[in-house]
Design a protein around this ligand. Structure first.
Ligand code: UDP
Length: 239
């Protein structure tokens, strides 16, 4: 492996659930500190880092709608939940000496910046971590789609999806002991087989814009650094 990063700019998608740790709800401060340090490692190595954060640890529009709430109101709550998570990550990252900016797709100017692509790119060039919150700003979308969209918009060299397993499997490895891991996949295979890697909108957007995707285990210390340094053995590649 070389000492120079293999990727200049990456976009890391963190689901809301990834922030809960072992809890059933909310944000784990241990997970935040762990993630902030993993991110600091790669920023110090010269990688420009953008994040998209989910909100499933707090609210999901679909779940709220199942309980009787208007879906669009539920989605608004879900998007606001991603802003809460984004602020928590911004705080954790700044506490260890990096600069970070939350940019929201919904305007909440007292709390964070608006999403402005050119401004985001300038922050990235200056070594600031940019956290894209509020998804796409529209109901009926997911933060996976927001991650695909922002990755394409800021010309990321790689979209990374952090999960609880070390890649994409033929079936859920926690439920099916016979499940095997893919080392590589095409977007068409993921779409045809309806693999639960990302939603279909996100996969199509990545495919059509030739965005490289890697799915990896976020709990493995050092995995993020290895990936950006060019270790191709980690996780599943989707191209
Ligand atoms: N959401 C939305 N539009 C978007 C992104 C998200 O309405 O562009 C809402 C939606 O209700 C979703 C919630 O925000 O359920 C949280 O996002 P997501 O479920 O993608 O979070 P994750 O599963 O990554 O934690």
């Amino acid at each position: 492996m070389s000492t120079k990063p293999a990727y200049k700019r990456i976009l890391l998608k963190l689901s809301g659930e990834a922030l809960m740790g072992s809890s059933q709800f909310g944000i784990s401060s241990e997970v935040m500190t762990f993630l902030a340090n993993e991110i600091k490692g790669i920023v110090d190595a010269g990688v420009e880092v953008a994040l998209v954060v989910g909100g499933g640890n707090i609210f999901r529009g679909e779940g709220l709608a199942r309980g009787g709430m208007d879906r669009i109101t539920g989605d608004h709550m879900g998007m606001l939940a991603t802003v809460i998570n984004g602020l928590a990550i911004q705080d954790a990252i700044e506490r260890i000496g990096l600069q970070a900016r939350v940019q929201s797709a919904l305007r909440i100017n007292e709390v964070c910046e608006d999403y402005i692509r050119r401004k985001a790119q300038r922050h990235l060039e200056k070594g600031r971590v940019v956290i894209f919150a509020a998804g796409t700003g529209n109901p009926f979308f997911t933060t996976d789609s927001a991650a695909a969209l922002r990755a394409v918009e800021v010309s990321a060299d790689l979209l990374l999806k952090a999960t609880k397993v070390d890649g994409i499997y033929t079936a859920d490895p926690k439920k099916d002991p016979k499940a095997t891991k893919y080392s590589t996949l095409t977007y068409d295979q993921a779409l045809d087989q309806r693999l639960s890697v990302m939603d279909q909108t996100a996969l199509v957007l990545c495919r059509d814009n030739k965005m490289k995707l890697r799915v990896y285990d976020m709990d493995r210390p050092g995995a993020l650094m290895k990936i950006v340094m060019g270790d191709d053995t980690i996780g599943t590649h989707v191209t």
